[in-house]
Design a protein around this ligand. Structure first.
Ligand code: FAD
Ligand code: N01
Length: 544
């Protein structure tokens, strides 16, 4: 009845819990597990109808991780680690999604997750020292702590090409791929975008489609994955000697165990022969560690060029058509300063006669028509257009929520010139609001699971500390925040990162402020800073 509905609504509007978590990916799920252990009341609000975050949404053909499966896994549960078996060196999206569903079931997490609900507003009530959360189905929840586990790469970049709505075929986004299987057999497909998502999907789509047209604005640097079934010896070694592997992971700047061939020497002091030998070895091993072939590749332009040239020479050796090879090697930024791609047969795919590369630097897209894509020189008739065009990274999901802190301060206004945080965990004037892998933390430059676990554990310890010491709130001070932002920028400016038009710098979104949104000083240094701050009684935070 209406009355019952009203009563239910009233019930909902007066609902009070200790902790609200937004997002049910790797971050939210682990955070829920930890908050529950503290004995606090907690709920996750998640927009999707299932767990998984990134791995729920990005179901495009070929989607898989670029960190080896055994390392792209939670470390917190011994039994989980022992029970779980990854089938490949780099796990595919369906397998990672299965893993996260398994985790949700194993730890009975679903009972505290509300799906298909989007958080629209979060207002801090100063008198009660509580967050009022509103959702898109008009619920109100009051929580003492609000934890944003909303993801660094969870908001697709908006694409608005002229004529897009007139296209008669199908439009897909890799980042919002349908849940049904799509078969491109006999069809003509356009893929726009050649970042990690494009590079993973193009070879698979090319095996099915009648013809694939790849629209490339900026070529990437891609290193072979050499993916395959997970070596049982490697798996056994991880299962038996986990602590030792874990120590190496936590001792590395990127949260990955690097292979023994990694060099702690600069490329600039190596001879040309030594350089070639090291690059060749890393190329044969495959994967992201290529970029750590020498220790100066991300700092020194000349050193960087030696690695970039090596990759270009590989591309030229693989790709038979010289014009295509030329387009694929016209990268105009230092290797590693946009995320290096890890591929399976990407370059070789251009040797197929059903694949055409269109260099948008030479013929830009003028409009989408009813039948396809019109560039300066041509009309490409297609049945499907796939946008692999990336994300409004780092800040997109946070700024999609109307977040209002102390004295009516709005996060959108505070961050108008770029995100300001303390440690990438909190931001001044927004008490009791935590971010997992927020801007200003190492996040996307590391194995994300390592960074996520570190943040979740830091926040858990903090909640426990507040309760034990009878504090109501914690908040970053403006001084500490300013100093952190300066430090993040200073470290970035000592590297080549700011010289690339990357999403790390906000450069992929028109109008977005150009600042380095990640801490590039590495996981080890960052982790120590976080620990020291706690040891010094939450230095730089105000506890009340
Ligand atoms: P997400 O997984 O992004 O989860 C955030 C969740 O929050 C989403 O489910 C979203 O729906 C929800 N949400 C956001 N806003 C709201 C709101 N207002 N209301 C309700 N719900 C909301 N990292 C690596 O380290 N290695 C890899 O190999 C790797 N591969 C990747 C491949 C792809 C295709 C992509 C896109 C990213 C990849 N990443 C990788 C980064 C990846 O995002 C992280 O590794 C990790 O999955 C992030 O987990 P998360 O829980 O922090 O965020
Ligand atoms: O997105 P991207 P992504 N017209 O931003 C182009 C993670 N990830 O989804 O560079 C035409 O990298 C754009 O061109 P340009 C990983 O961290 C990991 O591929 O802006 N083209 C670029 O080529 C990664 O870094 C995996 O000039 C347009 C591409 O689209 C991050 O997610 C897999 C355009 C976007 O590349 C994002 O990757 C997938 C336009 N209007 C994702 N707008 C793994 O392998 C953009 N582009 C683990």
């Amino acid at each position: 009845s209406n009355l019952q509905e009203k009563l239910n609504q009233n019930d909902k509007s007066s609902e009070k819990i200790d902790v609200i978590i937004v997002g049910a990916g790797f971050s939210g799920l682990y955070m829920l597990y930890r908050v529950r252990e503290l004995g606090m009341t907690v709920r996750i609000i998640e927009a999707a109808d299932g767990v998984g975050g990134t791995w729920y949404w990005n179901r495009y053909p070929g989607a898989r991780c670029d960190i080896e499966s055994l390392q792209y896994s939670y470390s917190f549960s011994d039994t989980l680690r022992e029970e779980w078996h990854w089938s490949e060196r780099y796990a595919s999206q369906p397998e990672i999604l299965n893993y996260l569903n398994y985790v949700a079931d194993k730890f009975d997490l679903r009972k505290d997750i509300q799906f298909q609900t989007r958080v629209t507003t979060a207002n801090f009530d100063e008198t009660l020292s509580r967050w009022n959360i509103q959702t898109d189905n008009n619920e109100q929840i009051s929580a003492k702590f609000c934890i944003m586990a909303t993801g660094c790469l969870s908001v697709p970049k908006k694409i608005d090409l002229k004529g897009m709505d007139t296209f008669k075929g199908n439009i897909y986004y890799t980042s919002q791929w349908p849940h049904t299987s799509i078969n491109f057999t006999g069809q003509r497909v356009a893929v726009i975008g050649t970042g990690s998502s494009g590079i993973q999907s193009i070879p698979i789509i090319a095996q099915q489609a009648d013809h694939v047209y790849v629209f490339q604005q900026t070529p990437s640097f891609s290193i072979p994955a050499h993916n395959g079934p997970l070596d049982t010896k490697v798996e056994q070694s991880w299962k038996i000697n986990y602590d030792e592997h874990r120590r190496k992971v936590l001792g590395s700047s990127f949260g990955v165990e690097v292979n023994d061939m990694i060099s702690d020497k600069p490329a600039t002091t190596a001879t040309s022969e030594e350089q070639q030998e090291v690059y060749e070895t890393q190329w044969q091993i495959g994967g992201l560690t290529f970029i750590f072939s020498f220790n100066d590749l991300l700092f020194n332009k000349e050193a960087n060029i030696t690695a970039a040239d090596f990759v270009s020479s590989k591309i030229r050796a693989i790709v038979k058509d010289p014009m295509t090879a030329e387009s694929l090697t016209s990268q105009d930024y230092p290797i590693g300063c946009k995320r290096v791609c890890i591929d399976t047969n990407y370059y070789d795919t251009y040797n197929r006669n059903n694949v055409t590369l269109i260099n948008l630097r030479k013929e830009n897209i003028e409009e989408i028509t009813t039948i396809g894509i019109k560039t300066k020189n041509n009309i490409y008739q297609v049945d499907n257009i796939i946008f692999a065009t990336g994300f409004d990274a780092m800040t997109g999901a946070l700024l999609n929520i109307n977040i209002q802190g102390r004295s009516g301060n709005k996060l959108k206004e505070k961050w108008i010139k770029g995100p300001c945080t303390y440690l990438g965990i909190m931001t001044a004037d927004f008490p009791n609001l935590f971010m997992i892998t927020g801007p200003g933390s190492p996040s996307v430059l590391t194995n994300m699971i390592v960074s996520i676990e570190q943040h979740v554990e830091w926040i858990t310890e903090c909640l426990d500390y507040l309760r034990k010491h009878h504090y109501d709130s914690i908040e970053a001070t403006n001084e500490a925040e300013d100093a952190w932002v300066n430090q993040v920028n200073a470290i970035a400016n000592a590297t080549l990162f700011p010289t690339a038009n990357s999403w790390y710098m906000g450069a992929n979104i028109p109008g977005k402020p150009r600042v380095c949104m990640v801490y590039v000083g590495g996981f080890v240094a960052y982790h120590k800073i976080c620990q020291d701050i706690v040891a010094n009684g939450y230095e730089g935070f105000q506890l009340m």
